[in-house]
Design a protein around this ligand. Structure first.
Ligand code: SF4
Length: 371
């Protein structure tokens, strides 16, 4: 494709388009120029060019199950509607056997992954986390256990008087297969101070991934946007992820998380516009040239936006999920989960090819009954 083949309403984007088409890395200034532009069709076309160069028409999904071991949380992040104080009547801590039972009851046919994240409770030590991981592995040996954000790992290390590396090794011995990338929020310290001042900082978040990646494990990475941050904070966030990936690899997928304000301390904020959601997907694809996959997480974006995003840089939609709590506590209007048939139809409706994957992006045969 040449630049002549791309119509750019915003002619200021032409130097960026030339770099994208030549496969050159974009700079911080390029990122600022992308966020300053309203030419979403132009930016989206460039992002789609990269997406199709990497993945053709494939949109990846998985058959997964979300379980939150506890919603009890010591922190008070202002964007969060999920965490409950220990005295709150709606707070809970699931015992390992209750987690296994919940998995047994809810697990969809063909499930390859259980995703578990939760709140930070100082009463829970490393033994609790290893307990539910090993119980799940004993009950479902073929299923990949993706669990604990760096925020949780840093907290467990502090509460259990261990190093981050020691925590990761204990979790891995119990059967942890990989980690999700939550808790990144916005790395900038001034923003972090205003939205989640007590939880681990950017350094702790990156140290956890460094310890993980140098041991050969994979993980994902995220950014929570659409609250009080500015475009420059988003670009800074993306560049820090890109720098880490240059050094350590290990990030498989970037997931931009669209802020949901309901029931949070930021409920007076409007939340991100539909335009910002799609712009952020496209800009992420363009800036993160070393992270293979960009996910349009249907739970947070909504199914319709996630479909449009498949033409603006995204190549993953997440999976069946089955029972999502964290963003529904914050007012998400999407279903709690989707069936495989729903996901396949969602992807086909937008002209993409559904490809079933496991957690580490190995392609799996499409389920015959719904193929
Ligand atoms: S975002 Fe996580 S750490 Fe912060 S209050 Fe919610 S559950 Fe707790």
């Amino acid at each position: 494709m040449t630049i002549m083949a791309i119509y750019l309403a915003d002619k200021n984007l032409e130097p960026i388009a030339e770099k994208v088409l030549a496969g050159e890395r974009l700079t911080r200034e390029d990122g600022h120029a992308l966020y300053a532009s309203f030419d979403l069709p132009g930016i989206g076309t460039l992002a789609n060019h990269v997406r199709e160069r990497l993945h053709g028409s494939k949109t990846y999904y998985n058959i997964n199950l979300h379980i939150n071991p506890t919603n009890t949380c010591f922190m008070s992040c202002r964007f969060c509607a999920f965490g409950r104080k220990a005295f709150n009547e709606k707070s809970y801590i699931l015992k390992p056997e209750e987690i296994v039972e919940r998995a047994r009851l809810r697990m969809p046919k063909g499930c390859s992954e259980i995703h578990l994240v939760g709140g930070l409770d100082p009463r829970l030590k490393i033994e609790y986390y290893c307990g539910y991981i090993s119980a799940l592995k004993a009950a479902f040996p073929e299923v990949h256990i993706k669990t604990l954000t760096p925020v949780e790992v840093v907290f467990i290390a502090r509460m259990s008087k261990m190093t981050i590396g020691q925590v990761i090794e204990r979790l891995a011995d119990a059967g942890m297969g990989s980690m999700p990338g939550g808790g990144a929020e916005i790395f900038d310290s001034e923003i972090r101070e205003q939205i989640c001042e007590h939880k681990c900082d950017a350094e702790g978040w990156f140290e956890t991934h460094r310890e993980l990646h140098t041991r050969g494990f994979k993980s994902n990475c995220t950014m929570l946007y659409g609250h009080i941050e500015e475009p420059r904070h988003r670009i800074d966030h993306l560049l820090r992820l890109r720098d880490h990936q240059d050094l350590y690899g290990g990030f498989q997928c970037f997931i931009p998380l669209s802020f949901h304000p309901a029931n949070t301390a930021f409920s007076h904020l409007p939340g991100p516009s539909g335009f910002l959601e799609l712009q952020t997907i496209a800009i992420s694809r363009l800036m993160l040239d070393n992270i293979p996959h960009i996910k349009a997480y249907w739970i947070m974006l909504g199914i319709k936006q996630a479909q449009v995003a498949q033409w603006l840089g995204a190549n993953d939609i997440d999976g069946t999920v089955v029972h999502e709590e964290i963003y529904h506590d914050a007012g998400a209007k999407t279903p709690l989960g989707m069936t495989v048939a729903d996901i396949q139809r969602t992807i086909r409706e937008c002209g993409r090819t559904p490809v079933l994957r496991n957690t580490i992006y190995e392609e799996l045969p499409e389920p015959a009954a719904v193929g």
